[in-house]
Design a protein around this ligand. Structure first.
Ligand code: PAF
Length: 299
């Protein structure tokens, strides 16, 4: 589909498809000149109900909604799944049309990273914890592409899923540090009936692995209840890791209890302070697929 082309929806809205920053900014400028507000949902495509709920969240807060679809090479390390990451443009456009999204931005790699581009964004510290230990390149690639997307789109509001909780907190920190005039909103995780957090990478799971995958949420949920009742974080984390291994996860990268804003680990040997919030995050391998999830813990 060409720049600026429209996809009809059954509702009165049409989805405008743009592939260049120039065409995107022309439309955003026109909307803003007409007094409209713009919400933005960045994605890598292979959209599912979780993404659509973020589009809906954006629509609650603004008059125009833009989604980007860009499989960002800088957040994949060599040997990761950049080449095989699911790409389903036609299905994605149909879902966005049905959701009443106004515009989808589908930039090329050259549009996002012009030839000779050498500028990165690094949110130091927070990017090196948790997933950053196992995927050291990852949050630098994410912060860099999201900063570039923010500059291309210039939204008033941007919505990121809580499913990627560390990413959400890093983006909040980046927006604050760099003074982006953008309100960052977290969207609740969408789950399948067994609790599995919806993710484009769930498509990689075999039927057997899919049956086991619900154990990630079950382990975190059980642990959150134990912590809310005053269990010691060290014991509860060890139990959750054992739960995952028993269920069939081949290895557990971490089950971590952290301060929700700083992502710094809370002590293992003291119950959570009453009336405070903590965040429990987990990452583990099911066959060749790495699943992550997280849950709020209130005591
Ligand atoms: O969460 C994602 O899909 C990606 O990390 C993002 C935020 C679109 C950046 O490429």
């Amino acid at each position: 589909m060409r720049d600026g082309s429209k996809v009809n929806s059954t509702t009165e809205k049409t989805l405008t498809v743009v592939r260049t920053r120039v065409a995107l900014q022309q439309q955003v400028r026109a909307w803003k000149a007409a007094g409209e507000t713009v919400g933005f949902v960045p994605t890598m495509g292979a959209l599912h109900a979780g993404h659509i709920s973020l589009v809906e969240k954006a629509k609650e807060n603004v008059s125009r909604t833009i989604t980007s679809i860009f499989v960002n090479p800088t957040q994949f390390a060599p040997g990761e799944d950049f080449e095989t990451y699911p790409r389903r443009e036609e299905d994605d456009l149909a879902l966005l049309t049905a959701a009443g999204c106004d515009l989808v931005y589908l930039p090329t790699v050259a549009e996002m990273y012009p030839d000779g581009s050498v500028t990165d964004v690094r949110v130091n510290g927070m990017s090196d914890l948790l997933d950053g230990i196992y995927r050291p390149h990852f949050f630098y690639g994410v912060a860099t592409v999201v900063a570039r997307l923010f500059l291309h789109v210039q939204p008033d509001v941007a919505v990121f899923g809580e499913k990627d909780y560390q990413q959400l907190q890093i983006i909040r920190r980046m927006a604050r540090d760099l003074g982006f005039p953008i309100r960052i909103i977290g969207g609740e995780t969408k789950r399948d009936a067994d609790g599995l957090a919806q993710s484009s990478r769930n498509l990689y799971l075999s039927a057997d692995e899919r049956r086991t995958a619900g154990a990630m949420f079950a382990a975190l949920h059980r642990a959150s209840v134990r912590l809310a009742l005053g269990g010691l974080p060290g014991d509860v984390r060890a139990e959750a890791e054992a739960h995952l291994r028993r269920a069939g996860f081949r290895s557990v990268d971490y089950v971590a209890l952290v301060d929700p804003a700083t992502l710094l680990a809370l002590p293992d040997d003291a119950p959570i302070i009453p009336k405070s919030e903590a965040r429990l995050l987990g990452a583990a391998w099911l066959g060749r697929t790495r699943l992550i999830d997280n849950i709020s813990v209130m005591r």
